[in-house]
Design a protein around this ligand. Structure first.
Ligand code: MN
Length: 511
């Protein structure tokens, strides 16, 4: 019997921080549902005290998703912990994640104020007291309390062990030893986990958790080293998204444990066939594309090109393949829909892709689906995902797209004419630009009277072939707020216009 490792997903918290744009509650809920399908053990849904929006998102997820434990992050501050407690009040399995800096660098840097003590020693004593207090307070709201010792990777081990012993006595059920700055090396991080388990007398009353960052490209290796030395919870994000270089990529940790079960003798409860789908959803929602050579979920992760490899692969696939694409849910008997597919068939397919839609949303998606099926004969899963994001999960409408006309060519000045619904009126305007997309964006901002800055623009074909649906992603900034807008169409300029308008609608929504 192999022991189980708990999978703690923080895509919605640590991952979202990195995107530069916040997800809305509905988008967070959609991803939360997919994480539940993937069967992670814990979903860290957000940091409730950080904003009313995030509080709401955590609350919504805690109410709707019953199966994995739902976790909220807090600092070791009473108001943060209370916000977590309130946001998680209706959760079936609430977990509060609280903690404080444990390294000298963090303590000296973040707790400069005299009220924490004059010398470093005085400050360390005060931080220890705050850690214990915060766990005690959190236990009043939840039976499951995880404590993080921030920057544990650089902390003085003796102080770290003292802190961990004290918080377990105060009621912590899980102790997280994060390598916050991505500074650790596998051997050394493994040693740290081992000596923690040897030197902290009450350690068996809590689960040891690893939370690694990828600044030196070692987040997954460090996590696995931690697990080999007795950690039984791994924290990370799908696609490894996260602060700076990101977090440990969960799909890599999961498939490493599974493929090398002969070495690790450990297992997870993850349904790996949901990995690819989850990866796609994260990439769509955060507007962060997965590089083709990314392990496990990259577009080329399973393609062979060198002649010798292809020859060997064709004779016997095991020669050059240790994972099978279907193990992670790639290309599993993909149903192609056509214009003859009924509403029922569409809903069924969407459900299998992880999208549970309300009846009126299915109707909306169906109309769009028919329009696309009409233009391109066969509709693939990727097209459907684009439809759902574009039509159903678009921001509530302040500006609506009506009409677009482009005049462009190698010897012409690109000119765009747009007609939009702005509340109840219809407005029209035209602008010239450096190219048709630039002209379109300028015309839209003129008609709407907005001045958002276009920070990033991307267009890609979601399926192959000349009739592919193109998906445009824009990152807009206005008065310090950042949002991601998306639009899909078989016409790339129209997709761009829709993405820009979607972004403006998100900015128009009160934060
Ligand atoms: Mn982190």
């Amino acid at each position: 019997m192999s022991e189980k490792v708990t999978v703690f997903d923080t895509t919605l918290r640590d991952g979202e921080q990195a995107a530069g744009a916040r997800l809305g509650s509905r988008e967070k809920l959609m991803l939360g549902r997919q994480l539940a399908q993937l069967n992670v053990d814990v979903i860290e849904a957000g940091y409730p005290a950080s904003s009313p929006e995030d509080f709401q998102a955590v609350q919504l997820i805690a109410q709707e998703i019953r199966e994995p434990a739902i976790c909220g992050l807090s600092r070791a501050v009473a108001s943060d912990i209370e916000a977590c407690g309130k946001a998680l009040a209706k959760a079936a399995h609430p977990r509060i994640h609280t903690g404080i800096g444990a390294s000298d660098v963090h303590i000296a840097g973040k707790f400069r104020d005299e009220r924490y003590g004059h010398t470093l020693e005085e400050k360390k004593a005060e931080i220890l007291r705050m850690a214990v207090e915060s766990v005690r307070l959190a236990r009043q709201y939840a039976d499951d309390v995880e404590f993080y010792a921030e920057d544990a990777g650089r902390a003085d081990p003796a102080y770290l062990f003292q802190m961990i012993e004290a918080v377990i006595d105060a009621g912590a059920t899980v102790v997280n030893i994060p390598d916050t700055t991505g500074y650790a090396v596998p051997e050394q991080y493994g040693c740290l986990i081992r000596s923690l388990r040897e030197r902290v007398p009450n350690i068996r009353r809590a689960v040891v958790s690893v939370h690694c960052h990828d600044d030196l490209g070692m987040a997954v290796a460090n996590s696995l080293a931690g697990v080999l030395n007795g950690a039984r919870q791994v924290e990370g994000t799908i696609n490894g998204v996260g602060e700076r270089a990101g977090n440990a990529a969960l799909e890599e940790v999961i498939m490493a444990l599974r493929t090398r079960a002969d070495f690790f003798h450990l297992q997870t409860d993850i349904d790996a066939r949901e990995l690819y789908r989850t990866s796609r959803m994260v990439s769509e929602l955060l507007g962060m594309h997965v590089p083709p050579n990314k392990a496990v979920v990259g577009g080329n992760a399973f393609s062979h090109s060198s002649g010798i490899h292809v020859d060997g692969f064709l004779k016997q696939r095991e020669t050059y393949e240790i994972l099978r694409p279907e193990d992670v849910g790639i290309g599993e008997s993909r149903v192609v829909l056509t214009a003859r597919t009924g509403r029922h068939g569409l809903r069924d397919r969407l459900r299998r892709l992880g999208y549970e839609l309300a009846p009126e949303e299915v109707n909306q998606a169906y109309e769009k689906f028919l329009a696309i099926a009409d233009k391109k004969q066969e509709v693939f899963d990727e097209d459907l995902i684009a439809i759902v994001h574009d039509e159903v999960h678009a921001a509530p409408e302040v500006y609506g797209f009506e009409y677009l006309h482009i005049y462009s060519g190698t010897a012409a000045i690109p000119t765009a004419t747009v007609r939009l619904r702005v509340k109840d009126a219809v407005r029209e305007g035209a602008a010239i630009g450096d190219g048709p997309v630039d002209a379109t964006c300028k015309a839209i901002s003129m008609v709407t009277g907005t001045s958002a800055r276009l920070e990033k623009y991307e267009i890609r074909g979601v399926t192959s072939g000349p009739e592919a649906v193109g998906q445009a992603t824009v990152h807009l900034e206005m008065n310090g707020r950042r949002v991601i807008g998306r639009g899909a169409s078989t016409d790339v300029i129209e997709a761009s216009a829709k993405a820009y308008i979607d972004g403006l609608n998100k900015l128009a929504r009160t934060p």
